[in-house]
Design a protein around this ligand. Structure first.
Ligand SMILES: C[S@@+](CC[C@H](N)C(=O)[O-])C[C@H]1O[C@@H](n2cnc3c(N)ncnc32)[C@H](O)[C@@H]1O
Length: 251
């Protein structure tokens, strides 16, 4: 049902581009669309396909476990503060809040109140939501674990990757770890879709794993990476469009 609503938005966007020759701002769609949904399931479905609040919570538990918590470096990390880049509806903030004293999230969308409602449904209170433009309000060295899932592939420029890498460098505690998933480019180093060719909700930034290792390696010590991931981490079936990289501050 809810997919029908997103399908309608995608169709409207297609007509706008193909018939009226207007382009869609990549960043603009992520900023404004979430504020237009009328109920919680539609809101959550925008960020990660779902048909109910319960489904979102179950998928979040799976993703948190398989994508982050079950990895070797996670166990060793101090559990004072986590930071999610691109928290969306807040499903992974709710999971992080079970392990960390405080789970912080940054995003650019204008519907933080909806995320707060979703977190309240799970009785989650030990979190903080910060707009991307206010990320400087977080103190240097105050974060033990920075993570991001299905977000970097939605950036509109490689400068945004650089912006977050510089913030991660500033924010990570001395023993802190960052675990980032990103959209993979198969041929060119870095591929960015422009607003003219952007299709609503599609990925817009793809980085070749070697190029990502170079970018990250300039500032950090790369601890681990995986260029080929299964789409379903539980059954290990399918092929994901994402790769992942784990790193810490250079000493
Ligand atoms: C597909 S959703 C994923 C949300 C969440 N990580 C999850 O797994 O449910 C992508 C998210 O990235 C956010 N996003 C896009 N560009 C961003 C940027 N430049 N900085 C921070 N968040 C951004 C969007 O607003 C959206 O919440």
């Amino acid at each position: 049902m809810n997919n029908r609503f997103v399908f309608f938005l995608i169709l409207k966007d297609w007509i706008k581009r193909r018939i009226f020759r207007q382009s869609t701002s990549i960043r603009g769609t992520w900023e404004t669309t979430p504020g237009g949904f009328e109920n919680m399931v539609e809101f959550l479905n925008w960020f990660d396909t779902t048909s109910s609040v319960e489904d979102t919570i179950a998928a979040a538990q799976r993703d948190w476990h398989y994508r982050f918590a079950s990895h070797v470096h996670f166990e060793k990390v101090a559990k004072k503060r986590s930071l999610e880049i691109g928290f969306g509806g807040g499903r992974l903030v709710a999971q992080a809040a079970k392990s960390f004293d405080e789970a912080v999230g940054v995003d650019i969308h204008q519907a933080f109140d909806n995320t707060k409602c979703f977190l309240a449904l799970q009785n989650c209170e030990n979190y903080r939501l910060v707009h991307r433009n206010d990320i400087e309000s977080l103190k240097d060295g105050s974060v033990d674990f920075v993570y991001s899932f299905i977000v970097f592939q939605h950036f509109d420029s490689v400068e945004e990757v650089d912006f977050y890498l510089s913030q991660i460098e500033r924010l990570l505690s001395d023993e802190g770890i960052s675990h980032i998933y990103y959209g993979k480019s198969k041929d060119t180093d870095i591929q960015v879709t422009d607003d003219k060719n952007f299709v609503l909700r599609d990925c817009s930034l793809f980085v070749a794993p070697e190029a990502m290792k170079d970018l990250v390696g300039k500032r950090f010590e790369v601890l681990e990476y995986q260029d080929n991931l299964p789409k379903n981490p539980e059954t290990r079936l399918g092929e994901s469009g994402q790769a992942r990289i784990v790193f810490r501050k250079k000493y």
